[in-house]
Design a protein around this ligand. Structure first.
Ligand SMILES: Cc1cc2nc3c(=O)[nH]c(=O)nc-3n(C[C@H](O)[C@H](O)[C@H](O)COP(=O)(O)OP(=O)(O)OC[C@H]3O[C@@H](n4cnc5c(N)ncnc54)[C@H](O)[C@@H]3O)c2cc1C
Length: 343
């Protein structure tokens, strides 16, 4: 039978931002409900987490269990259904969950994260965590003194990833299918041009992941032969297409690697924000929030990777944003406060 629940705050998501939001909201004595089908978010599939303060070297799934345990102690109910629609109704919100249950909520905190883009290659999912990674900020330190690793992508995250990875691995390939990197920041180009152990391969696709079940990824095949003498000059002041000069085409198309980082971007889950007509950051496609994690609609808050609150997409920042969102929701539920700062 379909049910209607009442809450001061509905938190959508079961990742770091959501659990932190629920923890703080419940401690502000707001009646709080979490709605989300699957537990843990990206942190839970992140493998070893080495950079969450206070818990060195913890498995991501275990870290999220700790988040959940702390919230469970406050008897916050979790409904294992995703949020499907939100409709303003006076100063409250009618929130429809998958399957039809309704939560009549005084405020909503959206913590639904992003959908990562993949290469769509065979074995990509199976070898995730075994040589395939989607987060260089998180996993680059695992490649200390490793022979070779690659970053795939042409945007800032890929460039930053390659620069960071080059501090650990001996050889780094930055592989991008386009003719030039995507809107590179001049400072990044300058740094990139000065790092001797990064090799940039433009106009190049990764066509195959090579490896074994036991070892995981051991190499990749690329879409064109690469000669060992091939050199791509990157000039710091260059904002026009970067030219490559290739001596011949008789090189190899397989690169041996210890790991590959797929930094092809991620799509914030915007179905509900768009439904509500929330302000979206045009550059990043993320929900625009102000310093209080307020969105453009009074009573609706957003936290974590879904938002443009910070470019550092990490468990620690998601959790901190969740806590801030709960404080803003508290102000709204108690006194109707919502002083949104537009971009
Ligand atoms: C492979 C990998 C490794 C990583 N390693 C690290 C690391 O070592 N250290 C670090 O700090 N960060 C790491 N990160 C980044 C970190 O995991 C994210 O920044 C963090 O998970 C963001 O938290 P979030 O709560 O915003 O989103 P998420 O963790 O993505 O959670 C989103 C939640 O929303 C749910 N959801 C989706 N749609 C709906 C809906 N309609 N209704 C309700 N719920 C919905 C999802 O099921 C999920 O529970 C890693 C990420 C990846 C992919």
């Amino acid at each position: 039978m379909l049910q209607t629940h009442n809450a001061d705050v509905l938190v959508a998501g079961q990742g770091a931002a959501a659990f932190a939001a629920a923890l703080y909201a419940a401690r502000y004595q707001l009646s709080t409900v979490i709605a989300s089908e699957s537990f843990g978010g990206e942190t839970a599939i992140g493998g070893l987490i080495e950079n969450y303060p206070g818990t060195p070297d913890i498995d991501g799934f275990d870290l999220m269990l700790k988040f959940k345990e702390q919230v469970d102690k406050l008897e916050v109910p979790t409904i294992s259904r995703n949020l499907e629609a939100v409709e303003p109704n006076g100063d409250r919100f009618v929130c429809t969950l998958e399957g039809g249950d309704i939560v009549d909520a005084g405020s909503v905190i959206l913590c639904v994260g992003r959908e990562r883009r993949t290469l769509g290659l065979p074995m990509e999912a199976e070898w995730t965590g075994k040589g395939v990674s989607y987060c260089s900020t998180c996993d680059a330190p695992l490649y200390r003194n490793k022979e070779a690793a690659a970053v795939v992508g042409g945007g800032n995250a890929a460039t930053e990833g390659a620069i960071l990875l080059a501090r650990y691995a001996k050889h780094v390939y930055l592989i991008y299918r386009g003719e030039e990197l995507w809107r590179p920041e001049p400072i990044q180009l300058k740094v990139l041009s000065q790092i001797p152990n990064i090799r940039v391969l433009l106009n190049t696709n990764v066509t195959e992941l090579i490896g074994t079940d036991l070892a995981g990824l051991t190499g990749i095949r690329i879409s064109r032969p690469m000669d060992d003498n091939e050199k791509i000059e990157i000039h710091a002041e260059q904002t026009e297409p970067m030219n490559k000069s290739r001596e011949d085409d008789h090189g190899k198309d397989v690169i041996d690697l210890d790991g590959i980082f797929i930094e092809a971007g991620a799509d914030p889950r915007l179905e509900i924000p768009n439904m509500l007509g929330l302000d979206i950051n045009e550059e990043t496609d993320e929900v625009h929030v102000d310093r209080g994690q307020r969105t453009s609609m009074p009573g609706i808050y957003a936290a974590g990777d879904l938002t443009d609150g910070t470019s550092l997409k990490q468990t620690v920042t998601a959790a901190s944003q969740g806590a801030i969102a709960a404080l803003s929701a508290y102000g709204y539920v108690l006194a109707g406060e919502h002083h949104y700062e537009a971009a």
